[in-house]
Design a protein around this ligand. Structure first.
Ligand code: NI
Length: 221
C-alpha cells in the first residue's frame, strides 16, 4: 500500500506539528469532561473484517481496554456481521474502505458512489448508525472522489508495512522505536502476525504511557 499519501497526510503532519508546538491539544471526550493526553496514538486496521483473525484482535483489545479504528471492505462483511456488531458494541470506530478494495481515482462517478454506498449500507444495517469516515484503498483520493463519497478521509501517519513483512517481531520493534504522539498507525487485521504484533504494540506503548484513541479523535477537535 505504498502509494501516494497526498494532501491528507500533509494535514495530519501539519496537525502533528501544531500539536507538538502546543498550538493544538488533543483531547478525548469522556462524558462532559475533556481529558488531555500527553502521549496518544490511534491503531487502525484495514481490509477486514476477517473471519480468521478479527475476533482474536477484538479479544486482545478488549482485555487491554483499547479502542481502535476499523476500515472495512464491504464484500468482507457478508457472513461476518457478528464481528462488525462486536466492533461497534465494544466502542471501536468503523469506517468505509470501499466495497471491493478498489482504487477510486479514475473510476466513473457512478462506480465510485456504488463502491461507497454499498459498504455504508452494509455497515449501517448492522450498527444502526451512518458511516462518517473513509480510508481510500492505497491512500489514493482526489477532489472528485471526495465530492462523490461525501465522507471524511482518514489516512495514516505511520505505516507498519505489516502486509509486507508479516514478521511480528520486526513490526513491533519498528513501531515502538519510531512512533510518536499523534500518530495514526496503519495495520491490517487480515494477517495473524498483524494481530499478535498489534497486541504487543499495545502492551509496549501502554507501558511507555501511551493512550489509545480512535482515529477521529486525532483529526477532529
Ligand atoms: Ni486496504
Amino acid at each position: 500500500m505504498r502509494y501516494t499519501k497526498i494532501a491528507f497526510v500533509c494535514v495530519i503532519i501539519i496537525f502533528s506539528m501544531l500539536t507538538a508546538s502546543g498550538m493544538v491539544s488533543r483531547t478525548s471526550k469522556v462524558s462532559d469532561k475533556v481529558i488531555y493526553y500527553e502521549k496518544v496514538v490511534a491503531l487502525t486496521f484495514d481490509d477486514g473484517p476477517s473471519r480468521l483473525y478479527t475476533n482474536e484482535l477484538l479479544d486482545g483489545l478488549k482485555e487491554r481496554g483499547v479502542r481502535a479504528t476499523f476500515f472495512l471492505v464491504g464484500e468482507n462483511i457478508e457472513g461476518n456481521e457478528e464481528i462488525v456488531k462486536r466492533m461497534y458494541d465494544e466502542g471501536h470506530l468503523i469506517g468505509n474502505h470501499t466495497y471491493s478494495h478498489v482504487k477510486l481515482v479514475g473510476m466513473s462517478d457512478d462506480a465510485i458512489i456504488s463502491e461507497i454506498s454499498r459498504t455504508n449500507e452494509a455497515i449501517s444495517r448492522i450498527t444502526g448508525e451512518e458511516v462518517t469516515f473513509i480510508r481510500p484503498p492505497y491512500g489514493i483520493i482526489d477532489e472528485r472522489v471526495l465530492w462523490d463519497v461525501s465522507l471524511t478521509p482518514i489516512l495514516w501517519s505511520y505505516d507498519t508495512n505489516d502486509w509486507c513483512s508479516q514478521n511480528a517481531d520486526c513490526i513491533v520493534k519498528n513501531v515502538v522505536k519510531n512512533v510518536k504522539s499523534g500518530d495514526i498507525i496503519l495495520m491490517h487485521d487480515v494477517y495473524k502476525t498483524s494481530v499478535s504484533a498489534a497486541l504487543r504494540i499495545v502492551d509496549e506503548l501502554q507501558a511507555m504511557g501511551y493512550v489509545f484513541v480512535t482515529a477521529d479523535e486525532l483529526i477532529i477537535e
